[in-house]
Design a protein around this ligand. Sequence first.
Ligand SMILES: [Ca+2]
Ligand SMILES: [Ca+2]
Ligand SMILES: [Ca+2]
Length: 225
Amino acid sequence: MRYPSFLSLLVLMATSPVVAFSQNTATGGCPTELDGDGVVGMSDLLIVLADFGTTCHEGPPSSGPWPTLYFSELHYNPASVQGSDSEFEFLELYNPDSSAVDLEGWSLSEGLSFTFPSGAVIDAGGFVVVTAHAVTYSGLGYPVYDWGSGGLHNSGELLALRAPDGQVVESVTYSDSGDWDGAPDGLGPSLERLFLSGDPSSPDQWSASINVGGTPGAINSLWVD
Ligand SMILES: [Ca+2]
Ligand SMILES: [Ca+2]
Ligand SMILES: [Ca+2]
């Protein structure tokens, strides 16, 4: 659709009688009566023109029900041959749904503190990577966000994903001990989710990636679901 230019609207205003924009509010209501004087007039048009060209964005919903997103991969202790934790740590989120999810206002809490900015989206069936050092993983074909300060503890910790109203959509407590695979703890692979069903804090839901450095932004190497 081709919209009239701002200039042509000004010409229209200058050449049209004011009465053309006037309408009595007593006859059926006037959604374009903006300045409260009871008449749809030139001052209302000027209010509209002040916003002319603005892209209107309703923003994400502010309440649930929320789609379920998953922690799908944790690279909490990259091997020294790959590089430092502060440059190569990442976590990955996965959206199994058939619709994209607007991530604005979603946040990571507990072990990390990060809120997704306006414009953040996780595609249908897609991944986003959140990392200590976004430059490391940028330009590789998937969305990357920098969590700022802090990092993923090498001995494990609690991570939570919260919807914009603060509701915890998913949380995971990972570890490098007990029944948890120890290879992601500095030997090269990341810790990858195997299943989307079951307790995300159970070690049998996770396994070491077959790839050194894991599979950031892509389906996991040993995905079962
Ligand atoms: Ca770490
Ligand atoms: Ca390390
Ligand atoms: Ca992955």
